[in-house]
Design a protein around this ligand. Sequence first.
Ligand code: ZN
Length: 363
Amino acid sequence: MSWAWRIATIAGIPINIHGTFAVLIIFLLVSGLAAGRGIASAVSSVLFILAIFVTIILHELGHALTARRFGIKTRDITLLPIGGLARLERMPDVPRQELWVALAGPAVNVVIAVGCYVLLLVATGIAPVLTLDPSAAGFLGRFTAVNFALAIFNMVPAFPMDGGRALRAVLAERLDYTRATEIAASIGQGLALVFGLVGLFANPILVFIALFVWMGASSEATAAGMRAALTGIPVSRAMVTDYRTVPAGSRLRQAVELVLMGDQRDFPVVDYAGEIVGILTRDQLMSALSQQGPAGMVDEAMTTAFETVDAREMLDGAYLRLQQSSSPVLPVMDEGRVVGLLTAENVAEYVMIRGALAPGRRG
Ligand code: ZN
């Protein structure tokens, strides 16, 4: 993720912090001082935000370390001003595993909240009042309240909240995955509508959250529908077969001509024997052009470390690898030769055509 800096590595997982987070800290300091509350109050509100962000790291680590137990690695955890994001390498295939991974995050908040509550109770001898109001509660009391709030907020059964994933996992134990996602997404969108309506009258932040939930729910439904549409279909059915190749050893100007000729953006580079030796993407071509000019060599601009897919491989797995790959295109191989290209646009077109032809979708 751009604009993000690595601040630590915990349990082998890089922890990044987004640049806008620094802006938030400066804003809190400046606005606290400008409001005339004094430096101590401004520093205390910054410390409070830092404490919450440590909590969010722990929440995300809850997801990541539970996923690791099921053999799923986490690429990184990034802290954004709106919360945390753990990028798992893949989602669990087994619903029960997805349920545990989803629940592990909010569970961390519950543990922290209960721990702090007990600490306050023991220290003061009276049951603490849980409120987010800075004037009514002390640092630890507010921290406890925030953790309870985070656990409840994340368990709202709507994508992309953890509660939405947990709900889908529970449904997927009984229904098929796509149907479970559709139901969970509809519930999410219904809740988003309620949030939005309430927010219009009560709190504009709710409208913002509603929008976020609505978009998360619909993108999750699309992704699941895509996955279902691609299962059991070989790559050869959805690959690009009408494409051009760049001969190895050619100059950049030849590649430029090919780019201008049609709408193909990324090209396999093949040697005289027809064997693929690299991939030249449009971005690589452009940056090489600006550095070396049209007489530069294609072989120096292309990637030689590239992934391929087999024409007989199933589309769902191949598409997942394409999404995870840094390259916008994967060459499709059949017995050692390139027979096509797999691109996200072509797969999307294939899904669209299948959807249009599906029985029961007409009329
Ligand atoms: Zn979470």
